[in-house]
Design a protein around this ligand. Structure first.
Ligand code: CP
Length: 298
């Protein structure tokens, strides 16, 4: 069984293989019959737009039946537990599951309970491996490499599963990483080979990639600065601040974005923004991840 639960468990060669597979699925018209007769259940216990819909599109474009669960419209409303929900979907004979849940490690539990391949679509502060893969593919497309890029992750590092994935994968692929944000939102303990800073302005001119992160208010991230306006003043990528970026530097964000907080709307929509490229790359990356998981059962 080949689950994809945490990018940190993959070797560099496995990450590159997934990126190559995603790129080839994008460049060559996919065989839509590859997964005919297979079914994929998407169990999203937390809200999602990009991840859930791109998994739906990815699965369907490979020929799989894709069914989607959400707690708001299910028997969770009648008191059914998350574990019983998972076992119920497994009993219906689905072939694999994609799971998003607020608890770190929930995907691992689903894999244990069901014996099915599981892709983690985001678990609390834990991991979001297909987002990391979409980001890596986007960087590779733009720069032709990841090795040697200077990347700044800006914002709520400590509560972000996206940051955790980048902290694992980017140095492994040779990028130079700096974590930038309010002291309370930076990791408490040093991470070997990774720098930290509380001063975005002093770092901006050194970066090839300014990767902005949403403050995770639902995980307590909002308590480390006085207001959205104050956060925007110190860490928001304004059009004025963006003038200090390198000429070829790019702006990234996993979404959803909060215009006027992490970044100004004009920067999100501007020529240096790769935000919608990240979204678009989510589909081939998820096709590659699904095929990798399904290969184990075909
Ligand atoms: N980036 C991301 O995971 O977005 P969604 O929450 O919309 O899936």
């Amino acid at each position: 069984m080949t689950s994809l639960l945490d990018i940190g468990r993959l070797a560099k060669s496995q990450i590159v293989e997934l990126l190559d597979s995603a790129a080839s699925l994008r460049d060559v018209h996919p065989n839509r019959d590859q997964l005919t007769g297979s079914s994929i259940a998407l169990l999203f216990f937390e809200p999602s737009t990009r991840t859930r819909i791109s998994f739906e599109l990815a699965g369907r474009s490979l020929g799989a039946d894709v069914v989607s669960y959400s707690p708001e419209t299910s028997s969770a409303k009648k008191g059914e537990s998350d574990r019983d929900t998972v076992l119920t979907l497994a009993a219906m004979g689905v072939d694999m599951m994609v799971v998003r849940h607020p608890s770190v490690g929930f995907g691992n539990k689903v894999a244990e309970w069901t014996g099915l391949p599981v892709i983690n679509g985001g678990d609390g502060r834990g991991s979001h491996p297909t987002q990391t893969l979409a980001d890596l593919l986007t960087l590779r497309d733009r720069f032709g490499r990841i090795d040697g890029l200077s990347v700044g992750l800006v914002g709520d590092i400590v509560n972000s599963r996206v940051a955790r994935g980048s902290i694992s994968a980017l140095p492994l692929l040779g990028a130079d990483l700096t974590l930038i944000g309010p002291q309370g939102l930076l990791p408490r303990n040093p991470i070997p080979g990774v720098r930290t800073s509380t001063d975005l302005d002093s770092k901006l001119g050194e970066l090839d990639v300014v990767y902005l992160l949403r403050v995770q208010k639902e995980r307590g991230g909002g308590s480390y600065y006085p207001s959205d306006a104050e956060y925007h003043h110190r860490f928001g990528l304004t059009a004025e601040r963006a003038l200090n970026m390198k000429p070829d530097a790019v702006v990234m964000h996993p979404g959803p974005i909060n215009r006027g907080v992490e970044l100004e709307g004009g920067v999100a929509d501007g020529p240096s923004s790769l935000i919608l490229d990240q979204v678009a790359n989510g589909i081939p990356v998820r096709m590659a991840a699904i095929l990798r998981s399904m290969a184990a059962i075909s």
